[in-house]
Ligand binder design. Structure first.
Ligand SMILES: [Zn+2]
Length: 251
């Protein structure tokens, strides 16, 4: 039996969520460019899935070492701080754990090495669903530039989901290490210009706010800032939502 209460996540018409009898696991992986991105992009759904009994693993590609406006900051200390902030935020949301790939912030390159690292994480965890940045958006809503690390992370993740994690001739060394190929069933992209799914996080926005507050090195979390976030998440019906571009893969 799939965990219940997820009808609004997986829709009535295209998918019923994980088929446990077929070997699907109620697991989601959130793959982000920097510490805090997973919480901004998918903090609500992370909390919602965790509450429904899913295991959520967060992967952070870079070390966040450039995430400061102070030119003379100690970057080693900043990295150490941001690791703890991300771990605390993940705990607030109920995620199972968080792993850091330790690439240098601002210098992430889309290449075979990045795909190998992400493919390996997918083969280890075997998620039913993967959440990441939409790599197609360079400018989001004509308002934001999608950071190049976001685009590299998103593109390498999309390419890891299909085809590399699925096919045994990609990174056969993983199989020699005892891993198996894995087929992700659903992909959800945030920071997108092509959203086709709005998930109601009204019961979880407070957890999302609390998670964002853990990123003390990034946000000076005033009431004004909180209101700005809430305004951004509110839809026309007054519900708080997260928007995704959702891709369902056929079996
Ligand atoms: Zn970022």
């Amino acid at each position: 039996m799939a965990p219940s209460g997820l009808e609004d996540l997986f829709g009535n018409e295209i998918s019923n969520g994980p088929n446990i009898e077929n070997g699907d696991l109620p697991r989601a992986m959130v793959i982000a460019g920097h510490p805090d991105d997973s919480d901004v992009g998918a903090g609500g759904i992370t909390a919602k899935l965790a509450k429904a009994g899913w295991e959520v693993r967060i992967i952070v590609a870079t070390d966040g070492s450039k995430g400061s406006s102070q030119a003379n900051i100690n970057q080693k200390e900043l990295v150490a701080k941001r690791i703890i902030e991300q771990q605390n935020a993940s705990k607030v949301l109920g995620a199972k754990d968080v792993k850091f790939l330790d690439f240098i912030d601002g210098e992430l390159e889309y290449n075979r090495n990045l795909i190998a690292k992400i493919t390996k994480e997918i083969r280890i965890f075997k998620p039913y669903a993967v959440y990441t940045h939409d790599p197609e958006a360079i400018i989001i809503n004509n308002s934001f530039v999608s950071h190049s690390d976001h685009r590299a992370t998103g593109l390498a993740t999309v390419d890891s989901v299909y085809p590399t994690a699925r096919d045994p001739l990609n990174f056969p060394e993983h199989m020699e290490e005892g891993l198996e190929t894995h087929k992700v069933r659903e992909l959800f992209l945030w920071g997108t210009n092509q959203s086709n799914l709005e998930i109601d996080i009204s019961d979880y926005f407070q957890k999302k706010i609390d998670a964002l507050k853990e990123h003390k090195s990034q946000f000076d979390f005033t009431d004004e800032m909180q209101n700005r976030f809430l305004e951004r998440w509110k839809n026309d019906d007054g519900k708080y939502t997260e928007k995704f571009r959702r891709i369902v893969f056929s079996r």
